[in-house]
Ligand binder design. Structure first.
Ligand code: 5AD
Ligand code: SF4
Length: 338
């Protein structure tokens, strides 16, 4: 399969259970039942942009803005290492240049102290800034294209363009980053064709990592009354992402849990091979409301407890947590590029 019309047919007609099984089978061929774990630190919720769907957009005055101190970031990364986590994702809104330079120093310090991979998720920066952060030791970068529909992109992300976003993805590749991208499934204004084109764009970008998740309305945004996609189409989409991109690292993110109580487990049964553990201190994380998530943090007293829950969740899906750096398979074995 995989022509445009075959993808359309799969999204409309193919039984969900079968497509999930196919995706799982494809994942098992490459990764067995091993699920990689990445720790994510939402170190600042400042953002200069105004994406209509996002809870930490600049215009949202209800957000209590924060920025974690260098020592706090370092401390949380240390804790992650103690839990055998081998990749840390540092995420924030779009920051000013001064903050980017400061972050570079933190990346340098972390890389000098621990043996782990650092993934950055900081949005659109200049080529110089991407280069600087790479030289400081960053290994990977996540930059979702969000939607392949140019008009919708410009409507939902004022003063930005899809072309620019894609250009940045290629710049990151050129600079030697392992690169991740993906979309938001079911953004208001999108339709079946958008989903098909999103799948084709993901494939075309030949990504090391692919992050896809459903749109979840956030109460302080212009899209607060928008509807999330249903869990079935979301899982179908994820399964197709796996079938089209056999060797990419694909997480089952917490956004799946917002659609269904066992959303992430279902994600792990639809071809995902990665889980993300939010290791941001709860006092900050509660203010990182990109969308209205169920605050899992409050359920657990510490990271060790959270890790036990994560282990249980992964085992429930028929898999096992795997504490590996989880480098791109494309980088490790170019023969595996299809
Ligand atoms: N629903 C789902 N995902 C969202 N993001 C931002 N707002 C929402 C929302 N309302 C995602 C975007 C962004 C990432 C940090 O969070 O994909 O890239
Ligand atoms: Fe800022 Fe990213 Fe949210 Fe857009 S999606 S407002 S760039 S944090």
């Amino acid at each position: 399969m995989f022509s445009k019309s075959e993808i359309r047919d799969a999204l409309i007609n193919y039984p969900l259970k079968e497509i999930m099984e196919k995706a799982t089978c494809e994942k098992r061929k490459i990764f067995g039942n091993r699920i990689l774990i990445r720790g994510i630190v939402e170190f600042s919720n400042h953002c200069s942009k105004n994406c209509l769907y996002c809870g930490i957009r600049a215009a949202n005055i209800n957000v209590k803005r924060y920025e974690m101190k260098e020592e706090e970031i370092f401390e949380v990364v240390k804790k992650a290492c103690e839990l055998k986590i081998k990749t840390v994702v540092l995420q924030s809104g779009e920051l000013k240049r001064k903050k980017i330079l400061k972050l570079g120093k933190i990346v340098e310090k972390i890389k000098g102290s621990f043996s782990l991979a650092i993934t950055l998720s900081l949005g659109d920066l200049t080529k110089d800034e991407y280069k600087y952060l790479k030289e400081c030791g960053a290994d990977r970068y996540l930059l979702k294209f969000e939607t392949s529909d140019e008009k919708l992109f410009e409507k939902l992300r004022p003063n930005t363009s899809l072309k620019e976003r894609i250009k940045n993805i290629y710049t990151l590749k050129e600079l030697g980053y392992e690169v991740g991208s993906g979309n938001i499934i079911g953004l208001p204004g999108s339709n079946l064709d958008t989903l098909i084109n999103d799948l084709l764009l993901i494939k075309e970008l030949e990504l090391d990592m692919i992050g896809v998740g459903p749109f979840i309305p956030q109460r302080d945004t212009p899209l607060k009354d928008g509807k999330s996609p249903n869990i079935d189409i979301t899982l179908k989409f994820l399964s197709l992402v796996r079938l089209l991109n056999p060797i990419s690292h694909i997480p089952a993110t917490t956004s799946f849990d917002a659609l269904h109580p066992e959303g992430r487990i279902l994600g792990l049964k639809s071809g995902a091979n990665v889980v993300m553990m939010d290791i941001t201190p709860p006092k900050y994380s509660k203010n990182y409301k990109i969308y209205n998530k169920k605050t899992e943090i409050s359920y657990y007293k510490d990271l060790a407890e959270k890790m036990r829950k994560m282990t249980e969740m992964v085992e429930k899906s028929g898999n096992k947590l795997f504490f590996d750096i989880g480098a791109s398979l494309k980088a490790q074995n170019p023969r595996l590029i299809f």
